[in-house]
Design a protein around this ligand. Sequence first.
Ligand SMILES: [Ca+2]
Ligand SMILES: [Ca+2]
Ligand SMILES: [Ca+2]
Length: 252
Amino acid sequence: MQKELSAEHPLLRITIGGVNQVGYDSGNAAIMAGRKLAWMQDIDTDQNSNGEVWDDWQAVWRDVFVLDGANSKVNLYNLTVHDLRTPANYAELKSILIDSAMVSQKPFTNESIAVDVDGNGIVAPRDALLVINRLNSGGGGTIAPPTGTSISEYIDVDGNLIVAPLDALRVINVLNQRTGGGEGEAAAPASGPMLEESFGSEAATGELPVGAVRNALLEPVSAHEWFFAQWGSEDGSGIGEPLLGTRLRRPR
Ligand SMILES: [Ca+2]
Ligand SMILES: [Ca+2]
Ligand SMILES: [Ca+2]
């Protein structure tokens, strides 16, 4: 599944990792055979026969914890209840991981300046037009997960994973704030051409009143989504079945 996710959605940062329960160390080699996974062995510091991570997360066999970019649990999927050999379960888990990554990472929202839809560092009418054009060509509605390796239009300005008129309106509001702010000395953008339709004197990124808009619209996103599953079975054979892992952090 990790291979599929990486190949099908290279822009979504999804990492499957595992934490093995104490007492099942002997299964680690078999689990890693032929796989590349972030794999960890839990330890039992307080000697209650349970791993500390397992205790912290109250994990049970074959739990898959789906974590967001802040390592907070957003879903829990148990592979005893949902055997991944059933195609519908496999598809469901995969979909949960993708959807969670979309919510956390908002790949179609410009994380530098949300209202800069074309990502050229300048906020201009063209940024609103791109959204409007998308809506007019029937491209509104829920945004599908990206399948390419780059984003050319950050059309989801408000980061709700839907392309809607409000996304264009956000840009227009910022443009209106600028035009209402009076004339200023011309300042050239640090790089890139000044767009024809941009508001001449205020086209430089540094002068745009977008700072407040910018982070109000965006959740912080960390480098990776982390998930954990448990590969192993109650009898400790642990071969070929989903196991468990997490970044070592207590749940909220
Ligand atoms: Ca313990
Ligand atoms: Ca722009
Ligand atoms: Ca939106």
